[in-house]
Write a protein that binds this ligand. Structure first.
Ligand code: AMP
Length: 121
């Protein structure tokens, strides 16, 4: 398992403005941008501005305000992207078995069509 935050991970670089992203939403708690390799018509990544490796790190160590801010932003983004009526899928890959590639907590938001089976076997 990963246990120290890597300041040079690609999403840290996006947060620092060192590399660009296709931003769809930003506030004091989160940045959200289009996934570079979209798996659905809408594929957005929502990341907290704090340094959290994973969903468990975020849940255990972020402030209540940061956690509330994160999920309020998810609600706003889903609304702005017109995903709330027809629904969407949110995924937080975690660690090795979860297939997490970038060690900065991110929630995938996938929508715009019926998303396929929950997991590939
Ligand atoms: P995960 O496997 O959950 O860690 O997902 C990482 C996601 O980040 C993948 O869906 C990638 O396509 C996406 N990704 C990697 N680099 C970038 C980037 N520079 N901008 C936007 N999305 C990216």
């Amino acid at each position: 398992m990963m246990n120290a935050y890597d300041d040079n991970n690609i999403f840290a670089k996006i947060l620092k403005g060192e590399i660009p992203c296709d931003k769809v939403y930003e506030d004091e708690y989160v940045l959200a941008f289009k996934d570079i390799a979209p798996q659905a018509p809408v594929h957005i990544l929502v990341i907290p501005k704090g340094k959290y490796i994973s969903i468990t790190d975020f849940g255990a160590n972020a402030s209540p305000e940061a956690i509330k801010g994160f999920f309020e932003a998810v609600d706003k983004i889903a609304g702005e992207q017109n995903l709330k009526n027809e629904g969407f899928r949110s995924i937080a890959n975690t660690g090795l078995n979860g297939g997490q590639e970038v060690p900065h907590f991110h929630l995938h938001i996938l929508g715009g069509k019926k998303i396929g089976p929950m997991v590939s076997k």
